[in-house]
Design a binder for this molecule. Structure first.
Ligand code: ADP
Length: 437
C-alpha cells in the first residue's frame, strides 16, 4: 500500500516541479531571445547609420565599401540613384537578389510604406520591418537621402538566419536540460517521498506490533479463565478449586495491570492526562522514592543507595505523581534485572541548566541493539521475558512522561556492567501545554 502511495507522491512531486522548471525555462528563453533579437536590431540600425552617412559624405563609393557593408553574403544592399539601380548594385547583386528586391518593393507599395527620409527626424524604428521569404528572414529598411540634387534610395536586407540558428540551438539546449532535469527530479522525488513516508511506515509497523502483542498478552489470561471454568463445571475437589481460583486471580490482576498500563500510555501519548504541574523539589522526591524502595531492595539482597550532588535548588516545574511514576518504572526495572548481592543507586545532579536523574544498576545490562528498541511499546529483551508481571510497556510510559515535561530519557552502560538510565529535565522550564492554566 505504501509503495503505491510513494509512487503516486513521487509522480505528483516530480510533475509539479518539472512544470515549475518548464515555466522558468520558458521565461528565461523568452527573455534571452528578446535580448538576442534586440542586439541584432541594434547591429542592423548601426549598419544603416554607417551606410547612410557614408553615402551622404563620400564623394564616391567603391566595390570594397559595398561588400564591407554587407557584413556577410546573406545580407543584401540595393541602391538606386534618381530611381535607377546603381551600377555597383547591378554588378554585385544576383538575379535571385533582384527578384527578392522587387518582391520587397511590391510589399512596400502594397503596405504603403514610404522610404525613411534621413533629413526628417521621424523614428527609424517605425520604418524597419521583418520580411520572410522561403524560410529566409530579414530585417528590412528602405531609406532615402538627398545629396547634390540626387535622390539616393537604398534597401538594406539584414539576414536573420544566424539569429534563428542561435535561437534554435539555445532552445534545444534548454529543453535538453529540462528533459535531463525530469530524470533528476524523479530520482529526487523518489528519495524524498521515501524519506517522508519512513516515519509513517515505521508508525504503521509499530501499530501492527502493538496490536499483535496486546492481543497476545490478553489472550493468555483468557485461556486460563476458559480452562479454569471448564474444570470448575465438572465440580473438582476443594483443593483444585482453590488453586484454580488463585490462578484466575493472578491472571485477573495481570490483565488489570496491563489494561492500566495501556490506558496510561495512551493518555500520556495523546497528552490527555490531566498533568498537575507544580514546583517540585526533585531531591526530596528522590529521597521519598528511595525511602519506599530501600526495604524492597533489601528483601532482594540489593543495596539501594542515594546520591544528591551539585549546588542547585532542584526545584522543577513538573507533575509530582507522573515524575515519581517514571522514576519508579526505572527503579523497578533496575531491581528486577539486577541479581541479588549487587547495587542499584539513585543519583541526581544539575549541569548546564538541566537536571539529571539517574538510576544506575550493576545488573544484566542491555546490548547496544536492544538499547534502541527498549523504549518501544511491548519490546522486551528475550532473556527477560520470563518476568511474567512485566509487559514491556514501562519504558514507553516513562519516555512519554519525560517528553511531556520537555525532557528526555536515555540509557547507557554502567562502568563494569549493568545499565544507567538518565532522565534529563529542563531547569524550571514551563512546558507548553494547551491544557495548562
Ligand atoms: P518491562 O515491563 O518488560 O520491564 P520495560 O519497557 O520497562 O518493560 O522494559 C523493556 C525491556 O527493557 C525489559 O523487558 C528489559 O528486557 C529491558 N530492561 C529495562 N530495564 C532494564 C535494566 N535496568 N536492565 C536490563 N534490562 C532492562
Amino acid at each position: 500500500m505504501f509503495h503505491k502511495v510513494q509512487l503516486k507522491l513521487s509522480f505528483i512531486c516530480c510533475l509539479s516541479t518539472t512544470l515549475i522548471v518548464l515555466v522558468i525555462i520558458l521565461c528565461c528563453l523568452n527573455v534571452s531571445e528578446k535580448k538576442m533579437y534586440d542586439q541584432e536590431k541594434a547591429l542592423f540600425l548601426l549598419k544603416i547609420n554607417t551606410i547612410s552617412s557614408d553615402l551622404y559624405l563620400s564623394e564616391s563609393i567603391d566595390i570594397n565599401w559595398y561588400i564591407r557593408n554587407l557584413i556577410t553574403n546573406k545580407n543584401i544592399l540595393y541602391i538606386e540613384v534618381n530611381g535607377t539601380p546603381a551600377t555597383l548594385s547591378s554588378l554585385i547583386l544576383s538575379d535571385k537578389d533582384f527578384s527578392l528586391i522587387s518582391d520587397i518593393k511590391k510589399y512596400l507599395q502594397n503596405k504603403e510604406i514610404n522610404p525613411y527620409n534621413l533629413t526628417n527626424s521621424s523614428n527609424i524604428n517605425q520604418k524597419i520591418f521583418e520580411y520572410a521569404l522561403d524560410n529566409q528572414k530579414f530585417l528590412v529598411s528602405n531609406t532615402k537621402l538627398y545629396k547634390s540634387e540626387q535622390e539616393i534610395t537604398y534597401i538594406y536586407l539584414y539576414s536573420l538566419e544566424d539569429f534563428y540558428f542561435n535561437v534554435k540551438n539555445q532552445r534545444i539546449l534548454f529543453f535538453g536540460i529540462w528533459f535531463f532535469s525530469i530524470l533528476i527530479l524523479y530520482l529526487f522525488s523518489h528519495i524524498f517521498t521515501l524519506n517522508a513516508l519512513k516515519p509513517v511506515i515505521q508508525n504503521d509497523e509499530k501499530q501492527r506490533h502493538f496490536i499483535a502483542f496486546a492481543s497476545h498478552e490478553l489472550r493468555s489470561p483468557l485461556a486460563v479463565f476458559k480452562t479454569g471454568l471448564s474444570v470448575l463445571k465438572n465440580k473438582p475437589d476443594p483443593q483444585k478449586t482453590k488453586r484454580i481460583f488463585s490462578l484466575m486471580e493472578n491472571e485477573m490482576s495481570r490483565m488489570e495491570r496491563l489494561i492500566q498500563d495501556l490506558l496510561c500510555l495512551t493518555k500520556v501519548e495523546n497528552a490527555k492526562l490531566n498533568f498537575d504541574f507544580e514546583y517540585v523539589n526533585l531531591a526530596d522526591l528522590l529521597k521519598s522514592v528511595h525511602e519506599k524502595y530501600v526495604t524492597i531492595a533489601k528483601q532482594k539482597n540489593i543495596t539501594l543507595s542515594l546520591s544528591i550532588s551539585g549546588n542547585c535548588s532542584y526545584d522543577c516545574l513538573c507533575d509530582r505523581q507522573r515524575m515519581e511514576q517514571a522514576i519508579i518504572i526505572l527503579l523497578d526495572n533496575a531491581l528486577s534485572y539486577t541479581p541479588s548481592g549487587q547495587n542499584v543507586s539513585l543519583n541526581i545532579y544539575c549541569s548546564h541548566k538541566k537536571y539529571y536523574i539517574q538510576v544506575i544498576d550493576t545488573g544484566i545490562g542491555i546490548s547496544d541493539s536492544d538499547k534502541e528498541k527498549i523504549f518501544d511499546k511491548f519490546y522486551q529483551v528475550d532473556s527477560s521475558r520470563k518476568h511474567k508481571e512485566h509487559f514491556g510497556l514501562g519504558l514507553s510510559i516513562a519516555k512519554e512522561i519525560c517528553y511531556s515535561h520537555g525532557g528526555k530519557i536515555s540509557v547507557n552502560d554502567t562502568k563494569g556492567g549493568g545499565s544507567t538510565f538518565t532522565i534529563t529535565l529542563p531547569l524550571r522550564k514551563l512546558p507548553h501545554y494547551k491544557y495548562l492554566s
